[in-house]
Design a protein around this ligand. Structure first.
Ligand SMILES: [Zn+2]
Length: 117
């Protein structure tokens, strides 16, 4: 994948992550106020090191998505983003645009779902 495309998906992924975190932050603010740099620290932090209080106000679905986003960002960093984790073929970019955290190509995804994995 070209660098410009990687940047495009990276921005997209960071945007989704920010949405989830700001949603969680809003929920948190109902109970008590965070340090002003709390969110920024989290954005800078390495994967899986989110503030524990924030994590408690994020739904299971969003938590799962956060993990997938971190996984995708890792792959962008090491150059394996957009490659199917199963067959190592390139994932169609249209598919990635619809689902930037896609880990498998459509064929493998279907196979995995059929097997119920
Ligand atoms: Zn595949």
């Amino acid at each position: 994948m070209k660098k410009a495309r990687r940047e495009f998906f990276k921005k997209k992924l960071l945007g989704i992550r920010e949405d989830i975190l700001s949603k969680a932050k809003k929920l948190q603010e109902d109970t008590y106020t965070l340090g002003t740099d709390g969110i920024q620290d989290m954005a800078d932090a390495a994967s899986n090191s989110y503030n524990a209080d924030i994590l408690m106000s994020i739904s299971d679905n969003d938590l799962k998505l956060l993990k997938e986003i971190d996984n995708a960002l890792d792959k962008i960093a090491n150059g394996t983003y957009g490659i199917c984790e199963e067959c190592e073929e390139i994932i169609n970019e249209k598919r990635l645009e619809a689902n930037p955290v896609a880990r498998y190509c459509i064929a493998c995804k279907r196979l995995i779902e059929e097997k119920g994995l």
